[in-house]
Design a protein around this ligand. Sequence first.
Ligand code: UD1
Ligand code: MG
Length: 456
Amino acid sequence: MNGRSCLAIVLAAGEGTRMRSRTPKVLHTIGNRTLLEHVLSTAMAAGSAGIAVVLGPDHDAVAKEARRVAPQAAIFKQTERLGTAHAVLSAREALAAKPADVLVMFGDTPLIQVDTLARLRGALADGAAVAVLGFTPADPTGYGRLITDATGLAAIREHKDASEAERAIGFCNGGLMALAGEHALAILARIGNSNANREYYLTDAVAVARDMGLNAVAIETSEDDVRGINTKAQLAEAESVLQQRLRAAAMEAGVTMVAPETVFLSSDTKFGKDVTIEPNVVFGPGVTVEDGAVIRAFSHVEGAHVGKGARVGPFARLRPGAQLGTDVHIGNFVEIKAATIEDGAKANHLAYIGDARVGAGANIGAGTITCNYDGYGKHKTDIGAGAFIGTNSSLVAPVKIGDGAYIGSGSVITKDVPAEALALGRGQQTIKEGWAKRLREARILSKNGSPAAKKP
Ligand code: UD1
Ligand code: MG
């Protein structure tokens, strides 16, 4: 970023009791990404090469997620929850390396943006020893208040410790902050716990720095940036803010959305140019949509690749491993799972294609099912290029349909079909002339009181 080394310390030792969940708070997701991944990836994007994560006891799942997202992360345990400054000091070892910038971030504050972190780091580069984020919430109750004087930021007063006059201040502490690495340990070591909660408050870093003759500043940001999550309702609010950001970014990059407020994206959804998304489409994780593709209304797409110019939906479901080539058409009530649909192939209505390859230009008729599961294991169906699968066919896997083969409607295909062959896998049709007429007449007779008629 600006050539200065940077360590991000992410605090995540909280219990998250108010989430009323067995899942640790920072492992809940928004945009199909854990809160921890949001924070860690933003930290890394803002130039933090060093990552330290502070966890509570019994947080092995959190440690695992931290290592998945940031393999270089150093994990520290805070065994007693004695306050935010105490939590930062649990990562003392990482601080001892004296990075130029230290970002203290909260694992439950996932909407913080790279630009905001860059502004905090900019303040350190400009000579501040402490830079905090200030915002003006609609209701400041519960937040620390930023106390300023002629020379700048003088102190942060926690709500519980604030006087009536201090509580009238609307400018509040967003929580995360940046510390100059050369002073960080000295500042933290001087923080005491003489306050209403008997906790070591990180917020006291401001007054301590001032006492040491160092400078502290507040950088203003939006409430959304520092929105913390303590409850499921706040999780949903954060999801809504994130979705607005993701939609705005997609449209900014040229995606057409007819009703963006009805489209749900994942943090990792990738779009090419001139993609159109109709209303009520949900994107799970791991989706790429290439140039010119159209995702029609009410489709659900997850772990899928949609090729150039492809058309999906309305009412289509692409499950993980669905790989659609160029100009593929997947229509209504078609489900694709772990299947490659090669260029120009079509499945326009009512089909299930799972564990399969569909060759280029093949046509899958309505009602086609790949019978991929025999109750014990999954098996593959391989459909050659240009093959025609008649409607209502069951392809019992493992099975291979050769290039250009033709499957008659209603077939149950249990054996491989050679290229260019016709396969009919159904019972022969029989005709009984006059049968229906005789049945009708027999019914009329029996209604009129005649002896019960036998079927013709
Ligand atoms: C903190 C700020 C407050 C600010 C508010 C913004 C302090 C003392 N107060 O208060 O000024 O307005 O954020 O939301 O910093 N944590 C630990 N170990 C601990 C204590 C906390 O890891 O011993 C972690 C929590 O898991 C959480 C973060 O630190 O991720 C913040 O702690 P929290 O209790 O939420 O602080 P607030 O009371 O919200
Ligand atoms: Mg909080």
